[in-house]
Design a protein around this ligand. Sequence first.
Ligand SMILES: [Zn+2]
Length: 191
Amino acid sequence: MTRCPGCGTEKADEDFYRNRSSRSGLSNYCKKCTRIKNQLWVQANLEKIKKWHAEYYQTHKLNYKMRSRAYALTEKDKNRRRAYRVRNIEKVRIWGRIYRAKHLEKTRTQRSAYYKRHREQLRIKAKLKRSKDRDRTGNWYINQLMNQALSSKGVKFPDELINLYRAQIMLQRKAKSLQEALNGSGCVGKS
Ligand SMILES: [Zn+2]
């Protein structure tokens, strides 16, 4: 049994932390008093501790960054983040909105760079969408479909080919609508 000078009570050895630098091999103060003393010390030196942490971070910043970057490149982390985005789609959308509002200038340059890079594709996409709602048999539209089917870009096909492809497309559409009409009228299955 040892007497703690903090609380003045006699306590068993297991109530004291070990301390190799002391003669008894145990800390002078009991565990409870040691904890209180430590807490008081932290409270009294809060600013100093914060400064130490900040300094430590500054000198080890590069290590932290490299480590997190290396981890971010792993397939595991990519999948983890992808899964997170799928699970929290609404949250991510809102965060994106907040981020873009905070970084207006950056967002603007990134966007315009994206548009510049994909100008042609975006233009065609918009035109396709517009013509899809109106006329899906025009020469321009059929020409685009042919480019898509052949994975070519901006090829201008001769009119005879366009006419042939148009006939084929219209046949396909006719067949599809017939099929849909059949399914819709409840004649599905063997008869
Ligand atoms: Zn004590």
